[in-house]
Design a protein. Structure first.
Length: 132
């Protein structure tokens, strides 16, 4: 029986949070750190139906940061020049963060680690496909 996949999304953060790299403690950079629940019918693909991470960013200084799912990089060395608020989308693959499969409780860790600078992040959303 053929299955259909549909677009779905989760709001990882509504509102905003300002984070700054901590020069006094570089082993623990400031971060956005949260967990969320994957749907049990998540469609995992490395083709055209890959997930998309979207967020708004207002860099107060030049910034660099990494984005992780389940302690695995999904967006490495992202950098933005100091300027106005803007939206950004990043297509990534589930192959690395879900290499060991979806955890039994479907709970997935999401984290943004600052590597340089100070920025305000807002309205973080992840889009993905589900099987129906």
């Amino acid at each position: 029986m053929a299955s259909t996949s549909l677009a779905d999304y989760q709001v990882l953060m509504d509102g905003s949070k300002t984070v700054e790299y901590d020069l006094t403690n570089p082993t623990y950079p400031r971060a956005i750190d949260d967990t969320f629940i994957w749907p049990s019918d998540l469609h995992i693909s490395s083709g055209a139906r890959r997930p998309i991470l979207m967020f708004n960013i207002r860099p107060y200084t030049d910034v660099e940061f990494d984005v992780f799912l389940n302690t695995r990089f999904i967006a490495v060395d992202m950098d933005f020049n100091a300027s106005h608020t803007r939206s950004h989308s990043e297509v990534f693959s589930f192959s690395s963060p879900l290499a060991a499969g979806i955890p039994n409780n479907n709970r997935v860790a999401f984290r943004i680690n600052m590597k340089k600078g100070r920025a305000r992040f807002s309205d973080i959303v992840i889009w993905y496909q589900i099987n129906r």
